[in-house]
Design a binder for this molecule. Structure first.
Ligand code: TYD
Length: 210
């Protein structure tokens, strides 16, 4: 089966509001892929690169950042990520698991007032994922998890989270994301994700370590 990006590898993205458990699930999926013999990389956005670290600093500070500027920074960070990490891995036939990708920009930056067309336009260089998963939890679950953490940053505020969830749901309805129930034990959530990923893998036998 041909992939959307036309490259040998497989791009899997994991999305969801803050506190949905996506980072834990991305790690569990990464380990499962490796144990199953697939050459896999686990990566995330915002990245640890020069623009990603600037974004992190801005989000944690109390400085006001214009929504458009933030959107452009996320897109710039993603551009370097795609060019330097994602495309080379896909070209060499690897599985790439990405914890957040451009669907995060669509969900978060439109929730901060930007138009979806604009956000898509500045991200038009990003290859489409083969499997894009959105982990869905109730706002009570996500809020209680966020509260257990460090200081709550701007993008994690409750009102934004609710809008973000609505946008993610819209993207699921449009068939761009696959919704997974994120409630319950982490092992159970992992099995739900694995069911989707393994179906995709069986469709594409050519992936994996020969
Ligand atoms: P997050 O995945 O929570 O990183 P960490 O767990 O390391 O803090 O991402 C940080 C925040 O950035 C999160 O609230 C979502 C937001 N974000 C956007 O607004 N747009 C984007 O394109 C991305 C990738 C993230």
């Amino acid at each position: 089966m041909a992939s959307y990006h036309g490259l040998k590898g497989l791009l899997i993205t994991i999305e969801g509001i803050d506190g949905c458990g996506k980072t834990t699930q991305a790690k569990l999926l990464y380990r499962r892929m490796l144990n199953s013999g697939y050459e896999t990389i686990l990566t995330h956005e915002p990245t640890d690169g020069r623009i990603g670290t600037l974004i992190e600093r801005l989000l944690k500070s109390n400085e006001k950042v214009a929504a458009k500027l933030l959107a452009l920074l996320f897109a710039a960070d993603r551009y370097e990520h795609v060019e330097n990490v994602i495309l080379p891995a896909l070209k060499s036939g690897k599985v790439v698991i990405c914890d957040r990708y451009y669907h995060s920009s669509i969900a978060y930056q439109t929730s901060m007032g930007l138009g979806e067309d604009y956000v898509r336009c500045i991200n038009d260089f990003a290859p489409k994922p083969d499997v894009a998963i959105m982990i869905r939890v109730s706002s009570q679950t996500s809020t209680s998890r966020i509260m257990k953490r460090r200081r709550v940053q701007y993008t994690e505020q409750k009102m934004i989270q609710e809008k973000v969830q609505q946008k993610y749901d819209e993207l699921c309805k449009r068939g761009e994301l696959i919704a997974i129930d994120g409630e319950g034990k982490r092992g159970e959530v992992h099995e739900r994700i694995w069911a989707i990923v393994s179906e995709e893998l069986s469709k594409r036998q050519s992936y994996g370590v020969a």
